[in-house]
Design a protein around this ligand. Structure first.
Ligand code: GRF
Length: 217
């Protein structure tokens, strides 16, 4: 099977992007990071990508103002120019239009630093600590128009320690992110993930609900 051509979309430091690039260095990995696309020309991840010989592009959202559809169309043109098969959002801090998410339905992944559907949005680690969560983690999911929703492909959990600071918890979750994103992309690139009734099946088996990761009793 030929390797899928993947674009990673970033806005910042790009540590998840770097994890995907590392995984794809292995010739047996089913995806090739063909492009890193940023909406910010000063995103630190662009330097990492270029240092790894990955093609980069910048589409600045600012000139498009509130016209999300026009910005998304500009990104779409770049993705088509590079013959992209799959898109991975990795700290990409723009909301996407329904037209764009619809075009990439079940072909665009995102990583979120919480066990969705818990803690959608920002500041997930602080909110997990405030809520007294015993278990926290990260989720890779397909992107749908609603933010931080969409069928879960893979989750990874960490225990929350009584002594945890937001930063310490975030670092442990980030380490899990760097494991599950390449693993989830592998499954998708190998065509082993199907979405049925809004839920992912992997090799025909439904992905367990996040409640399976929580302590019982
Ligand atoms: C990660 O925590 C990711 O889950 C979230 O944004 C952060 C991006 O970090 N969507 P990085 O740029 O991948 O280091």
């Amino acid at each position: 099977m030929s390797r899928k051509r993947v674009a990673v979309l970033i806005s910042g430091r790009g540590s998840n992007m770097a994890a995907l690039i590392e995984a794809a260095k292995n010739k047996s990995y089913p995806a090739d990071i063909a492009l890193v696309l940023s909406n910010k020309s000063d995103a630190g991840g662009l330097i990492t990508a270029r240092a790894n010989g990955i093609t980069t592009e910048v589409v600045d959202h600012a000139p498009f103002g509130k016209d999300r559809a026009a910005f998304d169309a500009a990104m779409q043109a770049v993705l088509e120019k590079h013959g992209i098969d799959l898109v991975c959002l990795a700290g990409f801090m723009r909301l996407l239009s329904p037209g764009f998410t619809g075009h990439w339905q079940n072909r665009m992944l995102n990583i979120h630093p919480a066990l969705l559907p818990a803690f959608k949005g920002l500041d997930t680690h602080r909110r997990a600590l405030q809520a007294g969560a015993a278990v926290h983690g990260a989720t890779v999911h397909f992107v749908v128009p609603e933010m931080d929703a969409g069928p879960t492909i893979m989750q990874g959990a960490v225990a929350v320690h009584a002594t945890d600071s937001e930063d310490a918890l975030g670092q442990r979750v980030l380490a899990v992110e760097h494991q599950i994103y390449p693993a989830a992309l592998r499954l998708v690139a190998e065509d082993r993930v199907r979405v049925v009734d809004g839920r992912c099946l992997i090799d025909g088996v439904p992905v367990p609900d996040s409640s399976a990761l929580l302590p019982s009793g």
